[in-house]
Design a protein around this ligand. Structure first.
Ligand code: MG
Length: 197
């Protein structure tokens, strides 16, 4: 839910002051601007320097109000779990039956169970419970990654099994700790209150 405070054991990956905990895909320092505790997608994708295997993630986002834009051009960004599995961020408010590219979708794999979007530019939340894939000693897949996602407090994915990374993943190394990655898709999507347990 919006405003959920990090518990004591949380890693506050966005400190509300700067993006010093983040870097670009090429390893260069992240350059997203920060103002009033909010960072805005501008200057390429960013990912946390710290990596995580199994985790609980909370973050808040808001999509800009873009009344002239449609489809994938309307407030596009994305939250890549372990850098490999994108939960889509998009302005999909009002769609009765959201698809695999709409807000809350595991991009290209699973549509959200329901459309839980708020209208732009309201703040929204994702709460995510992620369990990484499990491999045997030879690196063979034993159990796929699993994820549960709440969008604005509403369950939109319930312990689904992810068949593999989504498009744009940093790599295909499932079962290995990875960063949280936030996508810059050219729209001025904003983030705040980002923490991981
Ligand atoms: Mg996206």
């Amino acid at each position: 839910m919006v405003g959920l405070a990090p518990p004591p054991q949380a890693v506050v990956v966005f400190n509300a002051k700067d993006v010093s905990n983040w870097r670009q895909r090429n390893g260069q320092p992240a350059v997203w601007p920060v103002a009033e505790g909010v960072t805005t997608a501008r200057g390429g994708d960013i990912m946390t320097k710290e990596t995580f295997l199994d985790f609980y993630l909370h973050l808040e986002f808001r999509v800009p109000d873009m009344p002239q834009a449609t489809g994938q051009a309307k407030g596009n960004s994305g939250v890549y779990l372990a850098g490999r599995y994108e939960i889509q961020v998009l302005d999909s408010y009002g769609w009765e039956v959201p698809g695999m590219g709409d807000c809350g979708a595991l991009y290209g794999q699973f549509a959200p169970l329901v459309n839980a979007c708020k209208p732009a530019p309201e703040w929204q939340s994702y709460d995510v419970i992620f369990r990484a894939a499990r491999l045997d000693e030879k690196g063979n897949m034993q159990e796929h990654a699993r994820v549960t996602v709440l969008h604005n407090g509403i369950v939109i994915h319930n312990n689904i099994e992810l068949p593999g990374p989504t498009a744009g993943a940093i790599d295909n190394q499932e079962g290995v700790a990875g960063p949280l990655l936030l996508q810059d898709h050219g729209d001025l999507v904003q983030y705040r209150n980002v923490w991981i347990v």
